[in-house]
Design a protein around this ligand. Sequence first.
Ligand SMILES: *[C@@H]1O[C@H](CO)[C@@H](O)[C@H](O)[C@H]1NC(C)=O
Ligand SMILES: *[C@@H]1O[C@H](CO)[C@@H](O)[C@H](O)[C@H]1NC(C)=O
Ligand SMILES: *[C@@H]1O[C@H](CO)[C@@H](O)[C@H](O)[C@H]1NC(C)=O
Ligand SMILES: *[C@@H]1O[C@H](CO)[C@@H](O)[C@H](O)[C@H]1NC(C)=O
Ligand SMILES: *[C@@H]1O[C@H](CO)[C@@H](O)[C@H](O)[C@H]1NC(C)=O
Ligand SMILES: *[C@@H]1O[C@H](CO)[C@@H](O)[C@H](O)[C@H]1NC(C)=O
Ligand SMILES: *[C@@H]1O[C@H](CO)[C@@H](O)[C@H](O)[C@H]1NC(C)=O
Length: 733
Amino acid sequence: MAVSFPRFLRVMASTAILLLLTISASAQSSSSWKEAYLKAEQAVSQLTLTDKVNVLTARCIGNTFAVPSIDFPGFCLEDSPLGVRLASNVSAFPAAINAASTFNRTLMRQRGEAMGAEFRGKGVNVALGPMMNLMRAPAAGRNWEGFGADPYLSGEGAFETITGMQSQGVQATAKHFVNNEQEHFRTTSTSDVDDRFFLRSVQAEVAAIMCSYNQINGTYACENDKTINGILKGEFGFQGYVMSDWGATHTTARAVLSGLDVTMPGDRVAGTNSSFFGTTLVSSVQNGTVPESRVDDMALRTLAAWYKLGQDQGYPPVNFDSHNNSAADDERVDVQGDHKVLIREIGKASTVLLKNTAGALPLTNIKTIGIIGNGAGPAARGPNGFPNRQGDDGVLAMGWGSGTATFPYLITPLDAITARAAQDGSTVTSSLSDTDLAAAATVASGKDVALVFITADSGEGSSPVEGNAGDRNNLQAWHNGDALVQQVAQSNLNTVVVVNSVGPIVVEAWIDHPNVTALVWSGLPGQEAGNSVTDVIYGAYNPSGRLPYTIGKSITDYPAQVIYTSPTPILSIPYSEGIFIDYRHFDAAGIAPRFEFGFGLSYTTFVYSGLSVRGSPRGGQAPTGPGSSLDPWLHDPVITVHFTVKNTGKVAGHEIPQLYVSLPASTNSPPRVLKGFDSVFITPGQTQGVTIQLSRFDVAMWDVVQQRWQVPAGKIGISIGASSRDIRLTGSL
Ligand SMILES: *[C@@H]1O[C@H](CO)[C@@H](O)[C@H](O)[C@H]1NC(C)=O
Ligand SMILES: *[C@@H]1O[C@H](CO)[C@@H](O)[C@H](O)[C@H]1NC(C)=O
Ligand SMILES: *[C@@H]1O[C@H](CO)[C@@H](O)[C@H](O)[C@H]1NC(C)=O
Ligand SMILES: *[C@@H]1O[C@H](CO)[C@@H](O)[C@H](O)[C@H]1NC(C)=O
Ligand SMILES: *[C@@H]1O[C@H](CO)[C@@H](O)[C@H](O)[C@H]1NC(C)=O
Ligand SMILES: *[C@@H]1O[C@H](CO)[C@@H](O)[C@H](O)[C@H]1NC(C)=O
Ligand SMILES: *[C@@H]1O[C@H](CO)[C@@H](O)[C@H](O)[C@H]1NC(C)=O
């Protein structure tokens, strides 16, 4: 039978009335997988084989075919983890690495909700985020798209983001499953490891999970029976669909039988019309290589996600053209709402104060201000001057690649500080060159404060930026930032350094310089960058951000590095550090970091007291088999940890208490692992009680032999700290 595919028709401009109806339709709250599967079973039973395959196959980037007989319009899939990519009149949110550094679940959730509302408003069915890959190698290019170096924090970030996005009826995609943690050789490398922290996304009932480009133990992630069928769909009981990264499908029958459900973007080879799915999948069913029941399951999973999110009713049709936002079929619908308020809020709550001596910050009684560095000002070509933000000019508020959005505007620190300074009648002088050290010295000299801005950028590996092919070449500040800071510090007693960066940079060249009085870590805060950092510098917001990774004294202190050259066609990446990523390695190996994971200063002080630990993880055991990782035995709260925190300083602020677990020595675990945190607002003199509950999962380990979770025998330590090293209270189970 010759199968002809209906040519995909993009949903064009709809009438204004329909648009009004659909945009104002209130967001559908998601229904249960069970209900969704009932509807999907009904729909799939009406489909021909070709129809079913069409649900799973894309012909152009980010779209699947429509199946008119069941009113299925096809999916529109769009990047990115920080906003709607390649669209106009959208917001540019803080990157996930900044969401992580808030250590605040409410803000993470609200960010997900706001992004979800924007994807929905543009008619996007499937948002290609959040990104969960860990910052195992500190220079890896896409680290900033995720939530940092700790699996628990990444899991919480993904959980809140997915829950927020899906509350708006948008399907979220947890990616990249799994072990895609550097850009060099991302399609030709094999990650030799086993890990399980994507479970948190499955608990958030994520619609889709994207398998990655790399191989795992020598088998491509999108045809890896063990990780997809075994772990994800088996042990984790994941009920949504697995979609390939763009071009990460390599076979038909093997991928399908290993658990791949949807292939993206559909072409086997870019520019050809043949697909590993499409007619190839149809004939594979016809000649018996793939059982049709498997295609039923694929269609069922995909349509169930569509029903679960309520997208079968009143979902806005696609109203933008990602290829050309000026084209006639792009309606330029403004979906920003008041999201800039939240963006500024997350921006300031994610700003980490790392050094503050002699009361340098917040700025008070300042009459003259020098602002130095390209990173304080605008980009010569404007905020979107480089395609996919592939350039580092002006204030750095996101990295580059597919993990980006178009800035609607970008507030520079220079503009925001100048506006704020005007309120005090103070004057601002600036030099925005990174290379003109003489001008830097002139601007810095004699001012009450010199603010120097430096950056470090990275992104998705394609064409390099300033010689960095996605992954950074090293952990130094870009544009010779160390020399700029040193020049300013030589010229001004009160030098405040502000860093906009994708991850850690080594600050050893100047951090102990007596004239460097403060270090402010602004990360990648999105469109309100200048306002957020100004709020913190002036004390309108008392800083509460915490590092979601360690800042080491040297790149060689980290346990894993990007591998830049490959001796073989397929690069083997040994994940020899195992679970000893970032602070877990620094702690285990006794290496002093410059600033540890979880660290951040405040303008006030907090005292911790009165730890109580109640309950026990002992008794019973996790079942084995399908869905066992979701079992209540594992996730019910069984331990209650309580303590109090008092604000002993003069200003109100948020403290971020962190709970670390120490498993018995016999388990060969890191000294401490994060398993809880909170963000509590406390006024001066006030005491707040903090309760953190733990489940067996938080103290359990995967037993490879028994194939189930086990709580290890022996004493389990509980540490409450203001960072991973600033431990204030200890107890045990
Ligand atoms: C929407 O974006 C276009 C640029 O694509 C711009 O000209 C227009 O002013 C924007 N409209 C709104 C309401 O922001
Ligand atoms: C990869 O190999 C390691 C070492 O043999 C093994 O422990 C792990 O389970 C394997 N993981 C996968 C997904 O094949
Ligand atoms: C793919 O299909 C389109 C539309 O049918 C056609 O114009 C184009 O030439 C085809 N490309 C290739 C490489 O076959
Ligand atoms: C079945 O069909 C597929 C797709 O056309 C083809 O690649 C495969 O070789 C066929 N297998 C057999 C046994 O005919
Ligand atoms: C985008 O669309 C506009 C309006 O149709 C057109 O003038 C312009 O040339 C298009 N740009 C590109 C790059 O195709
Ligand atoms: C600190 O700044 C002052 C004032 O410009 C300068 O005289 C002094 O040399 C600087 N200190 C160092 C160590 O550079
Ligand atoms: C999180 O941040 C918001 C906004 O600053 C704040 O109101 C709240 O107290 C913080 N903590 C939690 C747990 O929501």
